[in-house]
Design a protein around this ligand. Structure first.
Ligand code: MG
Length: 250
């Protein structure tokens, strides 16, 4: 009978990985941090965020949000979602986000009104400057760089993955903030994004702050900024908004 030996959990006689201070299968390499995963959302209820997420909106109140003038946000909150109160203005988080993984869910009004940019329009502004379009583009043509999930005025999504209005939709965004050295742009922002689980941007370079009918060059700003949601006059709903700060540089 052969002796049962425990399986090795690392080696110290293997070659070094190119560019790394660790060997192949290095037993001294730190273990990944443990995160308890969340649960998926259903049409009836939002899922649970992963254990290390920072929750920005859990359906109960807007305490982590403010109007652009710093006053309390006045969008409607009911039944576990917030709803744009048209003409009250955009709202933004009181805390600031840099590199992050962001999850949010939104719903265009079930009652279809308007067309093109006038139908279910809102927006998610990363760092208060870079808009990912929220729009009902289910059977609603508009200019491609302004369609649902577009980096507004810059990059159309790879595909149109819209659900019909009145159904919850998900955005999952991996955001890398732009890097500046003094006045100089060292690296643009990069976005990778899934819309309803479908890849719509893959490591796409953001060209600068987004605007309407214009091109705006980068100007230096801090490495973090608030997340802003747009009041474009349509009662779009949001729920289950959370992010995980990322430390992606080794
Ligand atoms: Mg918009």
């Amino acid at each position: 009978m052969t002796e049962q030996r425990p399986a090795p959990v690392g080696y110290d006689d293997t070659p070094f990985i190119p560019g790394s201070r660790y060997r192949v299968h290095d037993g001294t390499r730190p273990q990944p941090r443990i995160v308890t995963p969340g649960t998926a959302s259903t049409p009836e209820s939002p899922g649970r965020p992963p254990s290390d997420a920072v929750v920005l909106f859990d359906g109960s109140d807007l305490s982590r949000w403010a109007a652009r003038n710093g006053q309390p946000a006045t969008w409607k909150v009911e039944h576990g979602y917030m709803e744009v109160a048209p003409k009250t203005g955009d709202i933004m988080t009181r805390e600031e986000l840099g590199d992050c993984q962001l999850h949010l869910e939104w719903m265009a009004p079930a009652e279809v009104k308007g067309n093109s940019q006038g139908r279910g329009n809102s927006g998610v502004f990363l760092m208060n400057r870079y808009e990912i379009q929220v729009l009902d583009c289910y059977n609603n043509p508009t200019y491609a760089d302004g369609t649902t999930a577009a980096v507004y005025g810059e990059h159309p999504p790879l595909v149109n993955a819209c659900r019909p209005p009145g159904e919850w939709q998900t955005y999952d965004i991996v955001w890398l903030a732009p890097r500046f050295e003094g006045e100089r742009l060292v690296s643009p922002a990069y976005i990778t994004m899934l819309h309803n689980g479908v890849l719509v941007h893959h490591h796409r370079d953001v060209l600068g702050p987004t605007g309407h009918r214009n091109v705006i060059p980068y100007t230096p700003h801090p490495s973090k900024g608030p997340l802003r949601l747009q009041d474009h006059g349509n009662p779009v709903r949001f729920r289950n908004i959370w992010y995980r700060p990322l430390d992606v540089e080794e």
